[in-house]
Every structure is written in structure tokens, then in C-alpha cells.
Design a protein. Sequence first.
Length: 218
Amino acid sequence: MLLLYRIQSFFGVGNVYIDKTSDMASYQVKSITDLANVIIPHFDKYPLITQKYADFLIFKSIIQSMLEKEHTRIEGIQKIVNNRASMNSGLSDCLKAAFPNTILVSRSEVKYPEIKDPNWFAGFSAGESCFSVVISKSKTIKTGHGVNLRFGIGQHSRDLELINSLIQYLGCGQITKKRDKEFVEYNVGKFSDINEKIIPFFSKYPFLLSLSYSQIYL
């Protein structure tokens, strides 16, 4: 949660909301003025390099429509809904029923650029990666238990090109694809790679928040 307050301080707008029932917190900017004058210019200057950039461009278009007061007319609302339908997971069932004539707008094609800034990858990993410690029973080890380490990053399959590039970028790892899901994962499980490549990288470019994840199978 401290990181969210640091983000709020960095931008100087928005609020941090805490959901006590789920023990979750989120940073949100809801003001159209703040979105248009602070958030959008930031991501124009420092663009996303994943397919999420296409969602950002649609979001930016919706903000422009609202600044021009298009949302005060039913035609403008339909235009916004058309845009919203092409973002993320699309419309909810409720919105689909309310706007049956919705036509999806085309999403911009995002061509993956090379990762040039290691700090970008450190920040991306802070939000998308996990470090796993798997402890499992073993008949071949004297203690009766084996310990396996894993560093992984999962993304939607639309960012397969980015995930594939991590093998070359970090010089290790492999890609796992889920046949029944639109999901791909980059994994590093070899101890020498974790010790000689992954740990040194994040020691040089540390996270701004604590990140840990463990699995124990007995």
C-alpha cells in the first residue's frame, strides 16, 4: 500500500482506496481534468510497450470525447460504448443489453519494441512476476523433501512476442503455453540461472515494493 501512496505523491492527483473486506488497496484517478492533464501526458511521454497500449489509446479517445461534451448526447454515449467494447474484456452483460447496436472500434496494432530500459523491466516484473519456492516430497533426497525455485511472469497470449523476448533479454528461461487458456508464462527454474542472472538483475534494479510468493506441497 505504501507504493500506492508513493504513486499518488508522484502524480499529485487521485486517491488511494482501501477495501477492508478483501484487504485490497487501489490507486485511482477519476477526475477527467486530472486524467487529461496529468495521467495521459505521462503515458504519452513514457508509452506502454505491451498490448495494453491499444487500450490506452482507446481510453485516451474516450477522454477526448468527454472533454468535448459528447457524453451529454445519446449518440456520444453510444460512441463511448463502442470504444469501451473494444477495451480489455469488453462490455458487461448489462451494457450489452442496454446498447444492442454497439459496434466495436478497431484496436490499434501494437508492435513490440525492444526493451531498452532495465528499469522498465524491473517495474513490469514488480506487478506481473512471482518468485516461487516449491517444497515437495522426494524419495531420492536424503531429507525426504526437495526444494525448487522458480521465477515466472504470466501474460495474455496477445503479448506472446514480449514474453518470448525475455529468453534473449535475460539469457535464460522457457515459455509455457496453456492450450485451454489465452495465457502464456515465462519461467526460470534452473538454479544456476536464478542465482547468476535473475538475482543479480534485481539486486541491481530493485523493486520498489516487496514481492514474494511461495508454494508448499507436502
